[in-house]
Design a protein around this ligand. Sequence first.
Ligand SMILES: Nc1ncnc2c1ncn2[C@@H]1O[C@H](COP(=O)(O)OP(=O)(O)OP(=O)(O)O)[C@@H](O)[C@H]1O
Length: 253
Amino acid sequence: MTATVTGQPAAARVTDAVKVYGSGETEVRALDGVTIGFPAGRFTAIMGPSGSGKSTLMHCAAGLDTLTSGEAHIGGTELGALSDNRLTLLRRERVGFVFQAFNLLPTLTVAENITLPQDLAGSRPDPEWTDALIDVVGLRDRLRHRPAELSGGQQQRVAVARALAGRPDVVFADEPTGNLDSRSGEEVLGLLGSAVRRMDRTVVMVTHDPVAAAHADEVVFLADGRLAGRMAAPTAERVLDALKAYDRKEAGS
Ligand SMILES: Nc1ncnc2c1ncn2[C@@H]1O[C@H](COP(=O)(O)OP(=O)(O)OP(=O)(O)O)[C@@H](O)[C@H]1O
């Protein structure tokens, strides 16, 4: 197991991760030798300047995209060794996703959206777990509503519940508060934090927002496709200062 700074085993990790887009003059090294483990039972935020490789790292760690070289593991499973079918199954059964754009199915009710991944996988939702989850996300009185009848914050809470419903090894969240006002954003971040602290889940979140990152146990900074630093017990102020320093370095001053 890759060591993590907390000493916890990694729920997901990449080793010597390189991702190259294009070739020749248009070649971009989006990831340039990143080794990092995301500890189980912890909330990790990935930050860095625009274009530093955050989304690429998340997509490759989650099996949504493949590395050019290096390895990506979810638990003990190496993703590069899996066929497309097995990778699809692994994503469905062991990974949860939350995206900026909610991505709920408009024709399904809240309850149906929450259990959709398990329904697709043909697995039976655990009623006790689903029930507890509905209370944690505060959606009990909305279960029969459709997404269009909910506010943005409520829709994202449904997406968080859906991501957690199958008790995945790890939930990857890509700018989950990017479309929300600050109050709804705080609610969604609080939920992700509760999932980690009260329900023993693992969350990895890409964000631009230092206030959002401060909800995490640890922040990982990328710069220019490389791991630039890590910060435990972050505060918004310290995160902002660190980001400014990385921006200055990239600008070469
Ligand atoms: N499909 C692609 N084809 C070519 N280049 C790409 C592709 N996807 C990303 N890139 C490039 O790879 C680099 C890293 O992109 P990535 O989206 O991972 O960065 P990011 O840190 O998430 O950026 P942002 O904060 O702006 O979303 C950038 O230079 C980007 O232009």
